[in-house]
Design a protein around this ligand. Structure first.
Ligand code: PLP
Length: 408
């Protein structure tokens, strides 16, 4: 018989523990660099102006109701999502080699992909999923929950605080043939370190020669560089090369729709005369999985994103909003690096501006992170990751001085 008293205590989610500690701190100078959400120059959440516009438009529609969406979600949203990530003139879309389902944001898309692979990907053979070391920690839990074995490939170099490219390639070369390789499309979380386009080409070559299966996680398109095509380049390159692959797409960061859980999962198959019938069968299985897990996805966030993605004027406004967010973050990178160099803080700080996106891997040790928290009320994860969005013109100097004190 079962009694719930056999259930052991689970460890607290480190990020949510950090947020709670920040909230308890009453110091007026406290700085939150933990949370992976955009903040404006006043450290406040930012509702994108384009989301406000779409919201007004949505609510002035007299036909708006609260009916269920279809199992695969809002069709206008999923088709626009394909075009956004693959490019409007993608051969995969033209050749009907893509199937897409609306999901519970990026997390739900990663989960749906992992669940699909756990059911259909090369049963009874080696099929480990490889993640970058480090990666978004939820990757391990999501793939583990569907019983896919997980492993890592080297990624971050502690020496250069950039990509350890040779070690990464070596590891992809020595992984058993047909492994699942999870890749961050841009603005790698937690390091902020992305491969160059030449490096992506070499990664694609190795994945091809080892018959690995690429699984792209894209949570920051447009948020990283401010340019949607540039941030989608790696995925578009792989599709152009004819790979069969999965994409988990999130609208949390680039639309500021965190709590609305708008996302999309795409499966792209390789070009062939069978592709259209293959993708129809894949779609039928994904629909069954989606039905059993969530029945159908939530409507509000997808309606907002869909209005913007399908309206040229709103789309242009969105691009401006993306530039505001990515531009402010780049300004903070430059300001932080300049301050640290001005203070003569021991170490090199070029990685702060070399890295891209929401996060920077500072290279601060766990002891220095704890010193920053205890002495200066600065909150960041123990691995030395900071959310650049937590910095602003009012606290960047305070933070630089606190780092200077902690590393001396
Ligand atoms: N994947 C990566 C790499 C992320 O950084 C995130 C968010 O932090 C996600 C996926 C999914 O986020 P969400 O489920 O909020 O879209």
């Amino acid at each position: 018989s079962f009694s719930a008293d056999v259930v052991p205590q689970a460890p607290e989610d480190p990020l949510f523990g950090l947020m709670a500690a920040y909230r308890r701190d009453t110091d007026p100078n406290k700085v939150d660099l933990g949370i992976g959400a955009y903040r404006d120059d006043d450290a406040k959440p930012w509702v994108l102006p384009v989301v406000k516009l779409a919201d007004e438009k949505l609510h002035s529609d007299p036909n708006l109701n609260h009916e269920y969406l279809p199992i695969a979600g809002l069709a206008d949203f999923t088709s626009a999502s394909q075009k956004l990530i693959l490019g409007g003139d993608s051969p995969a879309i033209k050749e009907k080699r893509v199937t897409s389902l609306q999901t519970i944001s990026g997390t739900g898309a990663v989960h749906l992909g992992a669940l699909f692979l756990s059911k259909f990907y090369r049963p009874n053979t080696h099929r480990t999923a490889y993640f970058s070391d480090p990666t978004w920690p939820n990757h391990f839990q999501i793939f583990g929950n569907v019983n896919l074995p997980t492993a890592t490939y080297p990624y971050f170099s502690k020496q250069t605080k950039g990509l350890d490219f040779d070690a990464m390639i070596g590891s992809l070369e020595s992984a058993p043939e047909g492994s699942i390789i999870v890749l961050h499309a841009c603005a790698h979380n937690p390091t902020g370190v992305d491969p160059t386009q030449d490096q992506w080409k070499k990664i694609a070559q190795v994945i091809r020669s080892k018959k690995h299966f690429p699984f792209f996680d894209t949570a920051y398109q447009g948020f990283a560089s401010g340019d949607l095509a540039r941030d989608g380049w790696a995925i578009r390159y792989f599709v152009e090369q004819g790979f069969e692959l999965c994409i988990a797409q999130s609208y949390a960061k680039n639309f500021g729709l965190y709590g609305e859980r708008a996302g999309c999962f795409h499966f792209v198959t390789s070009p062939s005369s069978e592709a259209e019938s293959t993708i129809a069968r894949v779609a039928s299985q994904l629909a069954i999985l989606q039905r059993s897990e969530i029945s159908n996805p939530p409507a509000y966030g997808a309606r907002i994103a869909s209005l913007v993605l399908n309206d040229p004027e709103l789309f242009a406004e969105w691009e401006r909003n993306l530039q505001t967010m990515s531009g402010r973050i780049m300004d903070m990178r430059r300001a932080l690096r300049a301050k640290l160099e001005e203070l003569g803080t021991p170490g090199t700080w070029n990685h702060i501006t070399d890295q891209i996106g929401m996060f920077s891997f500072t290279g601060l040790t766990e002891a220095q992170v704890m010193k920053l928290r205890n002495d200066s009320h600065v909150y960041m994860t123990k691995n030395g990751r900071i959310s650049m969005a937590g910095l602003n013109t009012k606290n960047v100097e305070y933070f630089a001085k606190a780092v200077d004190k902690a590393v001396r």
